[in-house]
Structures are given as structure tokens and as C-alpha cells.
Design a protein around this ligand. Structure first.
Ligand code: SAM
Ligand code: F3S
Length: 463
């Protein structure tokens, strides 16, 4: 354990999406507040190791047990080491995890991470393992300490769970049904983050346009209204949200894109398939035509919005014709980028019991075709940004260690450019000069001060 640390040191291994990253940060917050814990970056340095798991795809449980096996030596060297498994696999497997791997002391779900201190006490007092994977009503939000900002961008969880029950997806079973966080709590958290210098927030949830936040006057706030209120908070200059669902992509939300300039010019809207039959089998609740109509309306108010999506290839019921419908949709919409996956059967979901007649090989070939087309769209999009001026929020020094800074443009793409590190945390203008596969390069725009002041030095400021 490092000498300066007073509380226990905690190592968190995270698998999964932004939601899981967010939960991992909250686990550390809970333990920091209650136990004075500090996060460490190597499991060898930890008193507590937490594995935050995701079971959306892959052979999730097997991956968990092989990771635990790799930590067995650490536990043998230090029997006081506490090992916890949290997240979606924990939620699904519960007691079975401890039965199969007794070195695990704690098993907790996405909704019980705020009870980590009690679980630790239980382990210390009784020397007994503890399993807590319940879905207490929104309890988690009330007991997790307020978010602390680590830079100019922050995630703010506005809802938990999902009630859409897509045929293929484990989330409703592992995270529970949708529960929205009260409006006042969300606003207070954003105000506190803004006070700490946060300029960009991403409103987070599995299905954020299902947000129905109770307000103090008894009414209910939807995502469109929430975005408008967040935009009014002093210091907040950019707002993103993820993930949303095409079914609830309302006119009100499209109007928010027209009215709220703080709403970033990018949207991630998972479509999953372009075939109406497959969409119906997936229980998505919309047709390809509905999706296209929503995008067309959105483009009326934001013609140059950057669009990305999620696509699943090889869901039960997808034959050649259905796959072609997905290719057609991709062509018609022209997504700038997409995450695409081969369908993976998840135990306990309705799709796991559906007849699946396509071979793995056919599905892989379809995925390659789809990904090749998406890569072309991505390259075309990146090239289209060359020559434009982008407003970039500088987040950090470039990971390449070449002294450049890296920030994200409104369209959510990374932009690297030469500038002094004092600009980290600021909005700046960058002229994009080059497109790489996954990032852009550019030149900082130096704005001359409007009036001659005491300093004659040119200043770099945001647009
Ligand atoms: N809320 C989002 C939506 O509206 O669809 C999705 C959240 S889900 C956790 C993230 C992505 O994982 C999905 O969009 C889907 O493409 C993919 N996914 C989920 N379950 C999957 C499965 N069984 N096989 C393959 N991909 C899956
Ligand atoms: Fe999963 Fe569908 Fe909800 S993909 S997270 S059940 S919208």
C-alpha cells in the first residue's frame, strides 16, 4: 500500500459501457467518503479489488472467473485482501459466483453499490461473504456522494435501468426497470459540477429519452425539458446525452435541438436493424420508416448533425433479405459511425429461445460487409470536417506523448493540435487540417484581443 494513503486502497477493473465506467467512479466515491479510500491503478497495490462487469455481449461469466483466477495469488499473499464482483454479471449470477469462486468476498449489483461500506463491515466482522444484488427503489442515487469533477467534462446519471425489454438484451434483468432521478437532484448535481469548472455534461442512462423525472410541484420533467434547464445553468456550455431510443425520440426533443445551442451537434441513436420483421422480433416498437422519419425531422433543424448508431447482425429471424434491409437503411441514413456486433445469445432473454438458423460464419461475413461500409462513411465524414473550424473543449494532453493537446469537437470527434497545456479545460477554436481514422488534427486559432489592453500578447479563446 502506498505510504501516503490513510484509508484502504481500491482497484476497480471495469468492463462495459460508459454506464459501467460511471458506476465504477461512484464505487470509489462511496468508499472514499465512508472509508477514506484512494483509487490505485494496479491490483497488486490494492486492499480492495472490485470487478465491475458487463454481460451485454460475450461469454461474460467465464471471463469473470478467469479474471478472478488471475487474482488468486494476490489473495494467497494477502488474506486480508477483499475481492468484490459487481455489475451485470454479479446481478445475474448472484450467489453462484461465491459458490464457484470462494475467494470472492462480496457480490453486488449495479443498484447496491452504495451499500459497499456495510458489505465491507460484514466481511470484516463476520469473516463471511456477502451477496446483495437487490433492486432497491432509486435508493442508490440518495446514498451516493455528490459527484466530484475531474476536469471540464462530467457524466451525470439521470436514470437507471430499462423497461424496453428488447428481445436480445439483459439490461432490464440486470439493472431493473427504468427509474428516473428527481429533477431537482439532477439540477443540483450539475450546478455543483459547474461550480467545480465542468463545462460539458453527458446525461447518462440506458434509455435517457424515457426520462420522467418527478418535479417538486408534482409534475414530471422529460428529457427535452431537462436539457433546456441544464442549458440554463451558468458555466454549462455543452450538453450530450446517451443512450436514447428511437421510439421516444420525441418532437419535443427535436425542438430542443432547434432551440438549445448548448445541445451538442451529435446524436447516438441505436437502430439495431433495418428490417421491420427483425425490429418486431427484437421488440423495438418502431419500423425502419419511423426511424428515417425521425432523422429527417432532426436534420431539418440540424442539417449537419453527426449521427451514430448501434447495429446487431444475425438476430434470430435475420436472413439475407433482412440483412439487406439493414444495409439499405445504413445507406439511406448515412450514419457517420456505428458500433456493430454479431448477435450473442444471452441466457434468460426472449431471443435466446427463438429459432436461429444462420451459421456463425454467415453472420461474421455480414458483419464484415456492414463494417466495411460503415468505415467508408466514417472516412467520408472525417474528410468532410477537414477545412472547417471546430469548437473544441480541451480535455488533456494527447496520449501519443507528442506534446499536443486533445479535445473533443461538437461532433464528439477527438481533435489533436499544438498548444500550451494551460488551455486544458477551455473551449478553443481549431481549424481542422487533417483526418486520421479515428481522430482529427488541426491548428489552434489565435484570436486577437478586440481592444488593445495592457497585454499585447494574442490570446487563444473559444468561439
Ligand atoms: N439503450 C440502447 C438502445 O436503445 O438500444 C442500448 C443499450 S445496450 C446495453 C448497448 C448495445 O449493445 C445495444 O445497442 C446493442 O446493439 C448491443 N447489444 C445488446 N445486447 C446484445 C446482444 N445480445 N448481442 C449483440 N449485441 C447486443
Ligand atoms: Fe437493452 Fe433495449 Fe433497453 S437494448 S438497454 S432493453 S432499450
Amino acid at each position: 500500500m502506498p505510504e501516503s494513503v490513510t484509508g484502504p486502497s481500491v482497484f476497480v477493473q471495469t468492463w462495459g459501457c460508459q454506464m459501467n465506467e460511471y458506476d465504477s467512479a461512484r464505487m470509489v466515491d462511496v468508499l472514499a467518503k465512508d472509508r477514506g479510500a484512494t483509487r490505485v491503478t494496479r491490483p497488486e497495490d490494492a486492499d480492495i479489488i472490485l470487478l465491475n462487469t458487463c454481460s451485454v455481449r460475450e461469454k461474460a461469466a467465464e471471463k469473470v472467473f478467469s479474471q478472478l483466477g488471475r487474482w488468486r495469488d494476490l489473495k494467497e499473499e494477502n488474506p486480508a485482501l477483499v475481492i468484490g464482483v459487481g455489475g451485470c454479471v454479479a446481478s445475474q449470477e448472484g450467489h453462484a459466483i461465491r459458490e464457484r469462486e470462494p475467494l470472492v468476498d462480496m457480490v453486488f449489483g449495479p443498484q447496491t453499490l452504495h451499500r459497499l461500506p456495510q458489505m465491507l463491515d460484514n466481511v470484516a466482522d463476520n469473516g463471511a461473504g456477502t451477496v446483495d444484488v437487490a433492486f432497491p427503489e432509486i435508493d442508490k442515487f440518495d446514498h451516493v456522494p455528490p459527484a466530484s469533477a475531474e476536469g471540464a467534462t462530467a457524466f451525470v446519471s439521470i436514470m437507471e435501468g430499462c423497461s424496453k425489454y428488447c428481445s436480445f438484451c439483459v439490461v432490464p434483468y440486470t439493472r431493473g426497470e427504468e427509474i428516473s432521478r428527481p429533477f431537482d437532484d439532477v439540477i443540483l448535481e450539475v450546478v455543483e459540477l459547474a461550480d467545480q469548472g465542468v463545462k460539458e455534461v453527458t446525461l447518462l442512462g440506458q434509455n435517457v429519452n424515457g426520462y420522467r423525472g418527478p418535479m417538486h410541484d408534482g409534475s414530471v420533467c422529460d428529457l427535452a425539458m431537462l436539457v433546456e434547464h441544464v442549458a440554463e445553468i451558468e458555466g454549462i456550455e455543452r450538453i450530450r446525452f446517451t443512450t436514447s431510443h428511437p421510439l421516444e425520440f420525441s418532437d419535443a426533443l427535436i425542438d430542443a435541438y432547434a432551440r438549445v445551442p448548448e445541445l451538442a451537434n451529435d446524436l447516438h441513436l441505436p437502430v439495431q436493424s433495418g428490417s421491420d420483421d427483425v425490429l418486431a422480433a427484437m421488440n423495438r416498437g418502431y419500423t425502419a420508416a419511423h426511424f428515417r422519419e425521425r432523422i429527417a425531422r432532426l436534420r431539418e433543424v440540424r442539417p449537419d448533425i453527426s449521427l451514430s448508431t448501434d447495429l446487431i447482425v444475425g438476430h434470430p429471424g435475420e436472413g439475407e433479405e433482412e440483412f439487406e434491409a439493414t444495409m439499405d437503411l445504413v445507406e439511406a441514413v448515412g450514419f457517420d459511425s456505428a458500433f456493430s456486433f454479431v448477435y450473442s445469445s444471452r441466457p434468460g432473454t426472449p431471443a435466446a429461445d427463438m429459432a436461429d438458423n444462420e451459421s456463425r460464419e454467415v453472420k461474421r461475413q455480414r458483419l464484415s460487409r456492414l463494417q466495411a461500409r460503415i468505415a467508408e462513411f466514417n472516412q467520408a465524414y472525417m474528410r468532410s470536417v477537414v477545412g472547417t473550424r471546430q469548437r473544441v473543449l480541451v480535455e488533456r494532453e494527447s496520449k501519443r506523448g507528442d506534446g499536443q493537446l486533445a479535445g473533443r469537437a461538437d461532433c464528439n470527434r477527438w481533435v489533436n493540435f499544438d498548444a500550451h497545456p494551460r488551455l486544458i479545460g477551455q473551449f478553443v477554436d481549431v481549424d481542422v487540417t487533417e483526418a486520421l481514422d479515428n481522430s482529427l488534427r488541426g491548428q489552434l486559432v489565435i484570436h486577437e484581443p478586440a481592444e488593445v489592453g495592457p497585454s499585447t500578447e494574442a490570446e487563444a479563446v473559444g468561439g
